[in-house]
Structures are given as C-alpha cells and as structure tokens.
Write a protein that binds this ligand. Structure first.
Ligand code: GAL
Length: 958
C-alpha cells in the first residue's frame, strides 16, 4: 500500500512553529483574517485538485462562508452537510489511522491586503486557533504545511511570503483525519475553521516563548516572580515597582491570586523588539498531607464541566458568549471549570484569570470509542502515536501556561490506559512542575497528582473521604476530586446536597465538576433545538448531548438554581433562641464583601425586612447572630425568617444586591392544617349528587364541578413522564425505574370502581387501581365531605400484592378549564423542586402565569412541580379555585396530559389543549442522576405504602 496521505498519517503535522505562550498581540501587530472566505465543499478528500491554492485560481464560482465557523452549520438547507452527534462510538469504521473515503473536505480561500502601516520587515506568523479536524495551508501559492489537533493553536512563519496587496491564503480542511481517532469526545462532530485566524507581526529577534513563574508564600505574604524568555529582555510591573531582567527572580510583598480574590498585576515583557503584556497572578499550588492547597489553603471545587457551545455556532464562540458563561458561573457560586475535553479558546482563560475561576485545563484527547472494542488498537497504548500525543500535551501547556487560573493540567478524557499517557504526564511534569496533573481514566493514578473519578455513588465518595477505599496505597494518599458527577440531563440532577455534605465533611474530598455546563441543543428548523438523530445521522446517541445546567439559549435550568444553593459559600442555618448561625465557607475571603438582610414572613407574606449585622468572619469561621424581635403578626400564622447574604458592592460579574446565599429559620410551628370541612349533607337527584359547592356523577362518584368550574377526570395519579434520570443510561444496571415502570404498566393504570357510598355527611368512592396483566394494586378510597363552602377530599391508598418498584408519584390529577391562567401559592418556590432537588426552593407566597410553571426540557419529561404547597389558587380574572393541603402538597399545572408529555420527543411537539391538568401530589419519587450516575438515594424513594392525604377545594370568586 502507498504511503498514507498527510491527513491519515500519524504525524501531528509539518511546517508549524513550535508551540508557545499565547497572547492576543497588540492591535498594531495583529491582523484578523476572520470574516467572509471563499468556500467549496467536496465529498471526498481527493475530489478536487489542490490547484485552488494557486494565486491566480478563479474562485468566482465558490460560495462564501464565515470564518470562524463550522461549515455544517452554515449554508442553506444542509447545503454543506449536517452536524452529527455520537457519545462513545466513532461515526466511521475503526481502522486507525485510516478514515473513510467519504471525507467531507472544505477548501477555504481568503484574499487580503495588509493593513496600512503594517511593518515591511517581512516578519510575521499566521496563527490558527482551531480547525477541525486538520488543515493544509498555502499562502500565495506556497505550501506552508499541515496540522492536526482541532482545538489547539498552530502557527506558521509567513513573513517571507507576504505582499502588501492581494495575498491569497488557501486552506484545505478534511472532516476526518487520523487526529479524529484522538478526538472522540462526547459532542457534535463539527468540521471547519471554528476559531480565529490571525496574522501577527513579530519583529526580528522577537521571543519564541516566555513563561511567567509567579508563586506565593503564604507564610511571608510575598510573591516571587521570574519570567523566563528565550531571548533576553526586561520585565516591568509598575504597580509593584518592579523592573527586572528575564530569568531573574524577585520576591516582594503581594496580594495572592485566587478564584475568590483574583488579584492580577499588569506587567510588560520587553524582549526582541516586542512588548508583551503580562497578567500576573501570584499563587502556589501544592499537595500537602494528601490535600490540594493553593497558597496554603485547602480549596474546594464547586465546579462545572464546560464544553464550548453555542446553539447556532457550535463550538465557535464569540467573546460576549464566553463572558456570559463566566458571569453566569460566578453568579451561581461556581468557582471552578474543567475545560472538558480540550483547551478552550484562549480568551476564555483570560476571563477566568480576570473574574476568578479555578481551571482544570484539559488536553484535546479522547479515544473512548476503543472501549467498545476492548481497547484494541487504542492510540494511547501504541507508541507510534506517542509523538502526536506529546504534541497535544505541549500545545496545551505551552499555549496556556501563563494563566494563573489554570491550577491543574488534565491529559485528556476517557482514553483507557497506556504508555502514551505516561509520556504526556512526564513531559508536562518536567515542563511545568508548578501545577498538578489530572487524568481520570487510570485507576492506578500512576501518572496523576489527584485521584479523580466520575459518577461514583455517595457511599463510595464517603468511603474515599475516609481514606478507607480499596486500591493502591499511594492513591489513598492523594486528594480526591469528582471530575464529573451529577449528570444534569433533563430534570435534575438529584442528590447534589448529599454530595456537597461529603465534600464539606472530608478534607480529602475537594469537590467536583457537575456534568455539564450547557445543553448542546442545536437550532433546528422544526424541533426548535435538535439533538442526536435530528440531523439525519446514521449513528447517533440521541439526547444524551443535552445534559447541561443551562438550556442551549443559556437560560439557567432548575438544576443550576439548585446547584447555586447547594454550593453557596455561606451557610445560614437556624441557631438557638431566635438566632441564626452564619458560617463562612469561602476558601479564602472573609465576609466583608457581603451585606446581610433579614425578612420576617407570616404565612408566606413578608411583614418586615431590615439589615442584619454579621461580622466579617474569616474563611472557615462561624458565628451566632441574634435576630430582631419578631414584628407583630397574626397569632395563628406560620412565621419564619429569611436571612440573605447579598453582594455589598458591584462586582465585575453581578451588581450590588445580588444574592449569594440565604437561609430560612422557622419562628413558629407550621400553621394548623386547614379546617376539616364537614357537616354539609350530600343531596342526590337526577343522576347527580350535590355536596357543598360540588356536583358529582351519582353513578361514578366523580366530581363534575366545583362551584362554577367544571372538573374532569379526577383520579389517583401515579404516573409521571419518565425523566432522563428515570430512564437511566443503557449501560446502567437493570433496576432503572423508567423502563421498569413501563414494563409493569404504571403508565396505563386501570381504575376499577368498586363502590359509591352516600352517607349522611359524605360521599365515599372505593376503587382498585392496577395495571393490566399484574396482580398488584392500590386500593384507593376517595372520601368527600363539605362544610357548605369548601369541599374536602381525603384519599386513602393501601397497596395490595407485591410492589417491586417505587411509585413515580402519588396524588390525584384533575382537569380544569383552560382559562385558568394564573397561579398564586404559598409554599416552596419559586421554581420546580423534587424530593432530592429541593434545596433552592424557599417558603414564600409566589405568583406565576400557568404557562410559566413548566420547564421546557429539550426532551419533554416530568417537570414543574412546586413542593410544600400549603395552598394554591388557580384563577382566571375573578374566578377560580383554591386548594389547601393537609398535609402540604406538591402541585403541577400544565396544558397537556402526562401521556402527551411522555409521548413527545421535542418541546415543539407539545400543544396546549382545552384542559388545564392539575396534579396534586402527596409525594413524588426522587430524581437521582441515573442518566449517567447513581440512582435515587434510598431516602428519596417513593415506595408503595399505605398513605392518606387530604385536599380542600374552595371556589374563588372575587
Ligand atoms: C462521561 C464523559 C463525558 C460525557 C458524560 C456523559 O463519561 O467523560 O464526556 O460523555 O460521561 O454525558
């Protein structure tokens, strides 16, 4: 067989300059080649000759494409093919390093004149910040070389080829290359020149590279700065009065850099005729006694995994979007990012330095698709690939090494094990011993400084926290992080609070990174946002690509709101005798940046508010603060305090007044249960029974109206449209509840009417609720009473037979007129909550449009439940119904049935009907995280058991 073409050989490329520290370049010295480029797509790598690279080539017949951008997301109606989503599997036959003949190939052309005033010294480099999956490059007809490594920067020396006018830059990009085998990350396959293309002027003798070493000694409060550079130069830091030679070290008093106090010092490196801006953050990363410390303090990652994603532009993000990500993270108490699973656009790391986020910077490397093949042929275990792996390691470290936010290097993700990884780790350690090395896939931890896992159960984390885990002794001495946990797919994740408790209990458990930051739903002409399979892919992994804390349009999901509360860096909890306990959980800063307030609530209504004096506690300290005397309030009201910690001043990421943390402290016992509503006599006539405000069908005992409102289909309700976490991942054990529920028929329960009994003061309906083909059931009795004004329903449920699965939910559902469009309630809100996702729900009086109660998960599923509801009013204008619970209940109101919700594949499939379906739940099963991780914790299971609950309905007329 002939030698392989360049895009299939194992080499990382030819003709590129050695990797070096990235910086933007001054305006005068950097010329962006972003914009409209000529574009031609061919179906195979060799369908067209390379003659297009010749300067006189006539490209007038070509179309235009925007750079940066992915071609599959441009053009009209799939003109340029489409995106494809796979998780683990390669979307082509696995025969490394060969790729399929069908190899979409994008030829790109850009003509440009040099800007006026561009130095004529013939010194310049051309930089590509990201091209998927490889590129061969020509300038003015001369071939510069080629490269692989999609999310890595590559540069070529081009000064000698540049002309003042009419330069022609030509690029041939193949979707598939040998590099694709190293880039099997769980995401869309999106070819193209998706990051910036820049021409940089580099004067003769300018540095090849520079490395800022800025450590901090917490025992003396001093920082030591040394900037290494391959050409001699000077370093100035005016704020510190520093002017020193490159290679020289100086120690001075400084403020350290941390994610909480991201103190940066501006400096300049002048070397070889270039002035290079420096942004210096002093900090020292170390492992001491099995604990990761920065500047002498243990840090706790409250992290997320971030893929670069935009619903229209894929992985091509503009600065505003990157900034939005960082600001949203900071506003949600997130302090760390793992750049899963490749180095991000360098500007993102600048933002992390500026705003303050700890970063695990990950190499562009994943070979997960070999797992299904028993790891046969895995590139990380085949030395022929080692140069390509080392190239990736070097391009990661060299590009990003001057960012103080980067505290950990990660070799890559899900590659199994092999000598190639060891070689990468060795190279990184040698080049930069100032940071830790991470890789999750090797349980021996031979090459890593952290023990890292994804999706372990709480029990396992507990064991690891106690250093009681099995495995190599050396590993037990390492700090522990969850590089991924809490799979945020659809509704959920559940169980976050319990993980956080473990992180706050065990010194060794240094937090984790929720999987993942944003849903990768791509804008779709029919479905709103599409996921795997929606773009005609041959193989795909469905909606597994939608597992983020943000919706694709960056609206926070309830999961993010929950995470914010769970990881809040200040804990506000009840203290003894009218007091509150405040604990500062920050890693570094005191509480001086926060202002505390109290408010006093009676039956959910705020009666008074005021400031609360909290001393500026040091990190790790806690205190008791006395609350004021309770304001006057009705004697029988349920009362409580809400104490909030707000930003005292504007910050770069949120204005003053932004809420960082809160807690509620009960002041009195909960309000007494609603009145029993008994006494009225049911009256039977003409096939109807009238009881207080309600009318029933005398034969079935079903309510037909409450006051003026027609009611339909009131019955026991156990079904919910399974969440992604109910469904579980295919590789999970077979106790996944979604599939079991369906198998057992919980989605099609039959309601047998056994008896309708009319007594003096009540109407009783006895039923047996059970699925076809099964012999287990729920004996269900509805007992209706009234005091003439209110109608009380008490439901008694007694399980019969052997229930092998928990119930999805237990409550009643009923249909009401669609006109009811407003909800006002007193309960936990304002957002949705489930038994194990309810940390962020606080007691109060809330109000929302009915349509705003739902959460539009990309794949429709159970959503929108409001828990701990004392009472709810659903109204339209002046009419409506009030529901009170005994005990409190959870409610969900939506314009389609559970069955319709369950049947929908996309949010756009859901069409409002003429009934408002109201679910009044006594309980729901927890959510868990089984779409990838562990299921529902035992305490949140809703096992079938005898239960009674009551609901009181009162017509509302104002
Ligand atoms: C992990 C993987 C991630 C993602 C996640 C599930 O195994 O590292 O890339 O696939 O599972 O969404």
């Amino acid at each position: 067989m002939d030698a392989l073409p360049w895009y299939e050989d194992l080499s990382p490329g030819r003709g590129t300059l050695p990797p070096r520290a990235w910086y933007a370049g001054s305006d005068a010295a950097a010329f962006s080649l972003n914009g409209s480029w000529g574009f031609r797509l061919s179906p195979t790598a060799d369908a067209e000759y390379e003659s297009f690279a010749a300067p006189d080539f006539d490209a007038s017949g070509w179309s235009a494409i925007t750079v940066p951008g992915h071609w599959v997301l441009q053009g009209k109606e799939k003109e340029y093919g489409g995106p494809a989503y796979t998780n683990v599997q390669y979307p082509f036959p696995v025969d490394p390093p060969r790729v399929p003949t069908e190899n979409p190939t994008g030829d790109h052309l850009r003509r440009f004149d040099l800007p006026d005033g561009w130095p004529a010294d013939g010194r310049a480099v051309l930089r590509f910040d990201g091209v998927e999956s490889c590129a061969r490059v020509w300038l003015n007809g001369t071939e510069l070389g080629d490269f692989k490594g999609s999310r890595l920067a590559h540069e070529f020396a081009v000064g000698h080829l540049l002309k003042a006018r009419d330069n022609v830059l030509a690029l041939r990009v193949h979707q598939w290359s040998s590099g694709s085998y190293l880039e099997d990350q769980d995401q869309w396959w999106l070819p193209g020149v998706f990051r910036d293309v820049t021409l940089l002027h580099r004067p003769a003798g300018s540095p090849g590279d520079f490395f800022t070493h800025a450590s901090y000694d917490h025992t003396t409060g001093t920082g030591t700065l040394r900037v290494d550079c391959d050409v001699p130069g000077r370093v100035t830091v005016p704020e510190l009065g520093l002017d020193l030679a490159t290679g020289e070290a100086v120690t001075v008093p400084v403020e350290p850099w941390s994610a909480e106090a991201p103190r940066l010092y501006e400096g300049v490196l002048t070397a070889g005729g270039e002035r290079i801006p420096l942004r210096i953050g002093f900090r020292t990363v170390a492992v001491e006694d099995g604990v990761m410390k920065v500047n002498g303090r243990r840090i706790l990652f409250r992290g997320v995994n971030r893929h670069e994603f935009h619903p229209e532009h894929g992985r091509s993000l503009d600065l505003a979007t990157m900034r939005e990500d960082v600001q949203l993270m900071k506003r949600h108490n997130i302090n760390a990012v793992r750049t899963s699973h490749y180095p991000p656009h360098p500007a993102f790391l600048d933002l992390c330095d500026t705003y303050g986020l700890w970063v695990i910077d990950e190499g562009d490397l994943e070979t997960h698709g070999f797992q299904d093949l028993g790891w046969r042929g895995n590139p990380v275990d085949d030395e022929r690939w080692t140069p390509a792996l080392l190239d990736r390691a070097a391009r990661l470290v060299e590009r990003d090494k001057n960012h103080p936010s980067v505290v950990v290097w990660s070799l890559g993700n899900e590659c199994g094990t092999g000598a190639g990884l060891t070689a990468m780790a060795r190279w990184i350690r040698d080049r930069d011993p100032s940071r830790l090395v991470h890789y999750e896939g090797d349980r021996s931890c031979a090459d890593t400084d952290l023990y890292s896992r994804m999706y372990p159960t709480h029990a396992e984390v507990d064991e690891i926290g106690r250093r009681a885990d099995e495995g190599p002794e050396a590993r037990r001495r390492l700090p522990f992080v969850l590089c991924e946990y809490a799979h945020a797919m659809g509704n959920g994740p559940g169980g976050l609070s319990e993980y956080q408790r473990l992180f706050e209990t065990y010194e060794r458990c240094q937090g984790g990174f929720v999987w993942e930051w944003i849903d990768h739903g791509l804008v779709h002409p029919v479905h709103g946002h599409g996921y795997g399979g929606d773009f005609g892919e041959e193989v795909h992994d469905g909606n597994f690509v939608c597992d983020g804390l943000l919706f694709p349009d960056r609206t926070p999901s309830p999961g993010l709101v929950e995470y914010k509360k769970v990881i809040e860096p200040v804990r506000i909890t009840p203290g003894p005798a009218n007091s509150v306990r405040v604990a500062n959980g920050h890693d570094v800063v005191d509480l001086a940046h926060l202002a505390f307030t109290w408010s006093f609530l009676a039956d959910g209504e705020t009666l008074a508010t005021g400031p609360l004096d909290v001393p500026p506690l040091a990190s790790g300290a806690s205190t008791r603060v006395t609350l004021p005397t309770a304001p006057a309030h009705p004697a029988d009201a349920e009362t409580l305090w809400t104490v909030r910690a707000l930003l005292a001043h504007d910050t770069a990421w949120a204005p003053a007044g932004h809420e960082v943390a809160w807690g509620q402290i009960p002041a009195s016992a909960p309000a007494p249960a609603p009145r029993k509503a008994t006494g009225a006599r049911p009256v039977r006539s003409a096939g109807r029974i009238t009881l207080g405000p309600a009318v029933f069908d005398a034969r079935t005992g079903e309510p037909l109206a409450v006051g003026p409102l027609p009611v339909t289909g009131l019955r026991l309700d156990v079904w919910r449209a399974p969440t992604d976490n109910d469904e579980g991942a295919p590789w999970q054990p077979d106790d996944r509840h979604g599939p079991l529920w369906r198998e057992l028929g919980l989605h099609r329960m039959r309601h047998r009417l056994d008896e309708v009994v009319l007594e003096d003061d009540s109407l009783t309906v006895r039923t047996r609720v059970a699925p076809a083909a099964r012999d287990f059931a729920l004996r269900t009795t509805y007992r209706w009473t009234s005091d003439g004004t209110a109608l009380r329903l008490s439901v008694e449920v007694v399980p019969e037979g052997e229930w092998r699965v928990p119930l999805p939910r237990l409550g009643v559902r009923l249909g009401l007129p669609a006109a009811l469009d407003r909800a006002v309630w007193y309960g936990a809100g304002p957002g949705e909550a489930y038994p194990d996702t309810r940390a962020a729900a606080r007691l109060g009086r809330w109000e929302a449009a009915v349509d705003a109660l739902r959460t539009p998960y990309l794949r429709p599923q159970e959503n929108g439940s409001r828990v701990d509801t004392r009472w709810l009013e659903l109204t339209s204008g002046s009419e409506g119904v009030r529901v009170e619970g005994d005990p409190a209940f959870a409610f969900t109101a939506r314009r389609w049935t559970t069955e319709q919700l369950d049947a929908a594949a996309h949010d756009t499939d859901l069409v409002a009907g003429d009934t408002l379906w109201l679910h009044l739940d006594h309980a729901q099963h927890g959510i868990g995280s089984q779409s990838c991780g562990p299921g529902v914790l035992p305490e949140y299971r809703l096992d079938a058991a005898a239960a009674t609950f009551a609901l009181t309905f009162t017509p509302v007329a104002r």
